[in-house]
Design a protein around this ligand. Structure first.
Ligand code: CDP
Ligand code: CDP
Length: 204
């Protein structure tokens, strides 16, 4: 069985999800947005439940909740993501998804370092905090949510600091990851670069 895994990591709103979806489509692979797992745990923690218990019993319905994209859920996600038992409870599902037949693209913070250290393709997608805040702010405005650029930038910085500073599976580029800085890139250009790296590595 031939299984190809593409690991995409990077900070909030760097363009990981956009690139991951495009690569999955172009290469015929399945896609998992691993941030949605941490967001799903966070949403139920905000509702008063225990983080570890929720992570151990997470189901498909939890991942379909439209409230997962709310800014307060993102902040709480980076708090629950620092709990080792939460990370451990979510690991098997991610590993199984990555290695199932057909191969997959996974995007998150620790895919190339912890979840799929053996991935055939590893990308670290990043951009300046200002560029990322502008994108997330524009998304929130387009979704009709109340948003301020200043607050969004502060939220992104707070989340970066938690994700980079935690003891377990901190956000960092794997030694063998190719770094793509999307600060000055449009979506098409960023996707084309990522696809070029993936095709070169996979030879297809
Ligand atoms: O998955 P991640 O949080 O890293 O980012 P995303 O959801 O793929 O992208 C965040 C926002 O930035 C989306 O609205 C994208 O359309 C936009 N984007 C962009 O403006 N330029 C890029 N090169 C990549 C994404
Ligand atoms: O879309 P965005 O990049 O804003 O965030 P996300 O990918 O949905 O991730 C939300 C939070 O989950 C992150 O800030 C991390 O704290 C955590 N996360 C993680 O620790 N490990 C992953 N593989 C994915 C997300």
């Amino acid at each position: 069985m031939v299984v190809l895994t593409v690991a995409i990591d990077g900070p909030a709103a760097a363009g990981k999800g956009t690139i991951a979806k495009a690569l999955a489509r172009e290469l015929g692979l399945r896609h998992l947005d691993t941030g949605s797992l941490y967001r799903a745990v966070a949403l139920r923690v905000l509702g008063g439940e225990d983080a570890v218990a929720v992570a151990r019993g997470l189901g498909p319905d939890d991942l379909a909740d439209p409230r997962l994209r709310q800014p307060e859920v993102a902040q709480e996600a980076s708090r629950v993501a620092a709990i080792p038992e939460v990370r451990a409870a979510l690991l098997d599902f991610q590993k199984a998804f990555a290695r199932a037949e057909g191969g997959a693209v996974l995007d998150g913070r620790d895919i190339g370092t912890v979840v799929c250290p053996e991935a055939e393709v590893k990308l670290f997608v990043t951009a300046s905090a200002e560029a990322r805040a502008a994108r997330r702010h524009a998304e929130q405005v387009a979704a009709g949510q109340e948003s301020s650029l200043e607050r969004t930038l502060a939220e992104i910085r707070a989340r970066d600091a938690r994700d980079e500073g935690r003891d377990h599976a901190p956000l960092r580029a794997a030694g063998d990851a190719v770094v793509i800085d999307t600060s000055g890139l449009g979506i098409d250009e960023a996707v084309a670069r990522a696809l070029g790296v993936a095709r070169a590595r996979l030879g297809r």
